[in-house]
Design a protein around this ligand. Sequence first.
Ligand code: TYD
Ligand code: MG
Length: 440
Amino acid sequence: MTRKKRGYVCDVCGYDAPAWFGRCPSCETWDSAKSFSSLEIPEKAPEGLFLPLENIDTFDHERISTGFFELDRALGGGIVAGSSVLFSGEPGVGKSTCVLQIASSIASSGRDVLYITGEESARQIKLRANRLGLKNGHHIHVSPSSEIDYLRTADLSGYTLIVLDSLQTVRLAEIPSLPGSVTQVRECANLVISRSKKEEIPSLLIGHITKEGLIAGPKLIEHLADTVLSFEDTARGLRFIRALKNRFGPADEVAVFEMRSDGLSEVQDLSGITVQEFMPAPGNVITAVVEGSRAFLVEIQSLVSKPLYSSPRRVTSGVSIDRMLLVAGVLTKRAGIPLDTLDIYVNVAGGLSLDDTGIDLAVAVSLVSSFLDKPVPDKACVFGEIGLDGSIRKVSHMSRRTERAEISGFPNTISPEGRVLTRDISELLKIFGGVISERK
Ligand code: TYD
Ligand code: MG
């Protein structure tokens, strides 16, 4: 009646082959082959499998608030009923804290949350809840068992949310692999996601990513989850939660949080922090970057100085070194500023990491400002992309950036559309009203 495909899969990297292998040809792990059989193909397909598009009901997905305005926005309006959300990030970034705060927000309206923890003991969860000052504990039900076979049959009907913390620490007893292996991670995720869909209860799955890259990590189940949120750590306690994938909303939206002693707290106005800390000194420049649908202001700082050693040093933090070298190269060649013989240091204030070509012009203005030892004009916000020919080009969301700059008190935009119009890098010196010989 059925045909089965049999074979072997590497339990570490997921490589599969029809024949047994002693050492995985892909990741070179010894003795990682596990047999599998799948792909049952019945000879006759059951009827009624295919639905005409016409006959499919559409309804607005019910959404559950996370209790965080910004996170709800990044998700497209909250967590969709029956959907699965993967929270991925490095250990210690704040995933457990975040999901416990979400659980508590839901519990505060009298709805029950199931919190499955393979990672921490029930006591540790309770201690964290106390530290966060969370109440309504009787609506959060903790399951401190790392074996989650019971989920196949457990009655979940009373729950509004299922939390699994974490994918790498739970297992199914019937699968002879260690927690964290490809098979366990995939099967555990499958079980929770399928229960979640069937019962229309959303689930939050936590997955660790390691700095070295991951093996049986969240990557493996990114395609299974409806939404993938990535937690990124920046200096000074800021956390970015980015929607990498979202079946029910915009992708690439970002919510910004701050890690405090009482948990994660939303940062609604990142530009405000930047502006507050900005000092109009040579080399310091405000620029506007875009993340998701939002623009915000950040400060770029440069220091250009006589070289310490025979070959000049180039150091960046928060900006790619290649981007900085490109900007410096164009300034040297097209604007006659001899940066090629000088040490250059570029830094993004607040430890943020920027990957937006719109900052090119700000880096250039910052370098020139430091070179001339003159601060940038008052209340200036600088953005634009620089071409190798010295041209300055428009970037995405020009008006959004301009608007943000105006709202935050930096109306003197320097850009290819700005109040100070710049179309070519050779015009940059004019901004400072200076010529090279004025350099101190
Ligand atoms: P955690 O949520 O345990 O991270 P993850 O689950 O991603 O591994 O949080 C880790 C860090 O956050 C930990 O180093 C302590 C810190 N923290 C705070 O600063 N304030 C708090 O209120 C809490 C609960 C944790
Ligand atoms: Mg954790």
